[in-house]
Design a protein around this ligand. Sequence first.
Ligand code: ADP
Ligand code: MG
Length: 298
Amino acid sequence: ATMPPLLSAIANAGRHGVLVKSAVVMERLGQVDGVALDKTGTLTEGTPRVTDLRPLTGSGLTEDGLLALAAAAEHPSEHPLARAVVDAARTRGLALAAAEDFSSAPGIGVTATVDGRAVAVGAPARLLNGGADAVCARAAAIAAELESGGRTAVLVEADGVPVGVLGIADHLRPDAATTVAALTTLTGTAPVLLTGDNPRAAARLAAEVGITDVRAGLLPQDKVAAVQERERAGRKVLVVGDGVNDAPALAAAHTGVAMGRAGSDLALETADAVIVRDELATVPAVVALSRRARSFVV
Ligand code: ADP
Ligand code: MG
């Protein structure tokens, strides 16, 4: 017997390295006419490295001390930035203290008790929250300097006081720009970038891949709102993401696709399809596959 077109398209997508979870999803992929892309782990490779260690004067911390404190708090987290911090500490041979009372807030950062100190590691804009004293101002200035260089700046606080800033950098995926161009052609609209990262780093990366519509500093629910705004305007939006912070948007979208290799378990479970081979260019490929299969159905 010949296989129904949507089922052979699923098998074909599998050969391209994309796991499409059902025939319904295979069909929906070809209907999308709008795309929202996450930044970290989606347009970038998702294997960031720590590039800068900036303990604040007066914190009493060395570069290694700052890194060890941040890594101890980040150790339980599965976020790519957390892995970068822990890897950097391991590379320097630093011993990590145990973290107690660990808690993570998607799109913001983590908190934990380390050696009796309440440590917070995360987005400077969220943690500083407009704090106006000299230490906060100094931390904000360092973060802005790093972000202007395209880095993700991560603030480290101990007992509510900033003690240093880490700079973290990730590589753009080699197929990011061609994927943006292919999706623009296929869907007839330019993709939008939805990121929890800072506006400076987001704008820099968007320019490199040819995206002009950029929404930065978003919390998970803000990503959902941005998707819903487009769907209310009549768009069928394809969301591509990897993080716990992307899961609500992946669920809210007409079709959600997760990056498989570095993606969080929650994103993989929530998405309608998973990119297993870690190539972003397979996204436009499966949209095209769906269109071809649908031309047999309808
Ligand atoms: P994106 O949308 O680009 O994938 P996220 O929403 O995951 O980014 O994170 C947004 C921002 O929140 C990060 O740029 C970082 O500043 C902060 N953040 C989130 N989780 C962590 C963490 N575990 N450690 C440090 N910073 C974090
Ligand atoms: Mg991400």
